[in-house]
Design a protein around this ligand. Structure first.
Ligand code: OSB
Ligand code: MG
Length: 383
């Protein structure tokens, strides 16, 4: 069944509280959403969890994603159908724009919309379609505060809500003090830190001061595009290094695994799998399986996604290969003032349970979505 139309929306989402990382503070987000319509009358939705600028990494900013989608990816889908016939599954869809280099975030939105269609056609939850087996798993929160009191108060709220796994943003000069304070206050939580590439080869040794805090991992301390130097410094850190920014594909993951393997340190490599950062769920599933076979631990990262994006990520978390809790919830309750699903996502005592609902398992709130969105572009894809 062919894709008949692809529509690109831009949706305004307001965070209830500002989120600070080593690269900036974010409060209002302008998010591209891709809506695919098919000849069998289905409609699928995919969010691209962009940020306003490329400070996290290249091609995740809203303007870059909109350009890639409008100029190249959506026309490529239409052209493929004209030449080869109906695109009726994710594999065909990926083939249609495989020639486009990079643009992983942009591609992931189109792919997510197609997964939504595939799940509706199969009348199945995404977790089932993807081979998920674990219906219940622990989930965590990511804390992006500017001051230690702010961070402690968010951590307190999260632990009161039942979360047992906290991640906190750090940067040079705002690292040991933060991690130590959290560890002292919460001796038993699973604690991890995320530097978002704020350290250099001159100052990374500051992180050795965190080695006695029983941290689960240190996420992306060095450059956003580096894997090799991370493997080097991992030899001198007892805490595992987790790669986020620098993993875009299964190939990147394999390269990292072979570098850590050479150092006999595979147990000190962890991979944050963010489906949009690896071009979508198809690649994300391959990465999860590869890492599991290698003994490299994985978890699912977030991008302050809407409840729709988070619901898809939670379905992905049902895969038995994913071992660690992911960034799926906000420490202070709902992420956004107004979100795009009818009901909010809820966890119980830091545990999320996947239901039987078709596709993402939550109802997309079309009227609210339309109020929050502007329609930017439409690609007619009938042959
Ligand atoms: O590095 O994981 C990150 C948010 C925006 C950009 C990058 C990151 C993050 C988060 C938030 O840590 C995770 C979430 O709660 O969605
Ligand atoms: Mg990160």
């Amino acid at each position: 069944m062919a894709i008949t139309r692809i529509t690109l929306y831009l949706t305004s989402l307001q965070l209830r509280a500002p989120f600070t990382t080593s690269f900036g503070t974010y409060q209002s987000l302008e998010r591209p959403f891709v809506v695919i319509e098919t000849a069998d009358g289905l409609r699928g939705v995919g969010e691209v969890p962009t940020l306003r600028d490329p400070a996290y990494k290249a091609e995740v900013d809203t303007p870059a994603v909109l350009t890639s989608l409008r100029e190249f990816i959506l026309p490529a889908v239409a052209a493929w159908q004209r030449e080869h016939g109906p695109i009726d599954d994710v594999a065909c869809l990926r083939d249609s724009y495989a020639w486009v280099k990079g643009a992983v975030f942009a591609k992931s939105g189109v792919e997510a919309a197609m997964w939504d269609i595939a799940a509706q056609r199969a009348d199945q939850p995404l977790w089932q379609l993807w081979g998920g087996e674990r219906r219940e798993f622990p989930v965590g929160v990511s804390i992006g505060g500017k001051t230690l009191p702010q961070i402690l108060s968010l951590a307190e709220q999260a632990v009161d809500l039942g979360y047992r796994r906290l991640k906190v943003k750090i940067w040079p000069g705002f690292d040991e003090e933060v991690a130590r304070a959290l560890r002292e206050r919460f001796p038993d939580v699973l604690l991890q830190v995320d530097a978002n590439s704020a350290y250099t080869m001159e100052n990374w040794r500051r992180l050795q001061a965190l080695d006695d805090l029983d941290l689960l991992l240190i996420e992306q301390p060095l450059f956003d595009d580096d894997i090799i130097l991370h493997s080097e410094i991992s030899r001198e850190l007892r805490t595992p290094i987790c790669l986020d920014e620098s993993i875009h594909s299964l190939r990147d993951t394999q390269a990292a695994a072979s570098l850590w393997e050479r150092n006999n340190a595979l147990d000190r490599l962890i991979v944050n799998i963010k489906p949009p950062r690896v071009s979508g769920f198809a690649e994300a599933i391959e990465i999860a399986r590869f890492c599991d076979a290698k003994g490299v631990r994985t978890w699912i990262g977030g991008m302050l996604d809407s409840a729709w994006g988070k619901a898809m990520n939670l379905n992905f978390n049902g895969l038995p290969e994913i071992g660690l809790p992911g960034d799926h919830f906000s420490p202070g309750g709902a992420y956004f003032v107004a979100d795009v699903t009818e009901a909010p996502l809820v966890s119980q005592d830091g545990t999320f349970t996947l239901g039987e609902g078709v596709s993402a398992g939550v109802a997309f709130d079309w009227p609210r979505f339309e109020r929050l969105s502007e329609r930017l572009y439409q690609e007619e894809t009938t042959s």
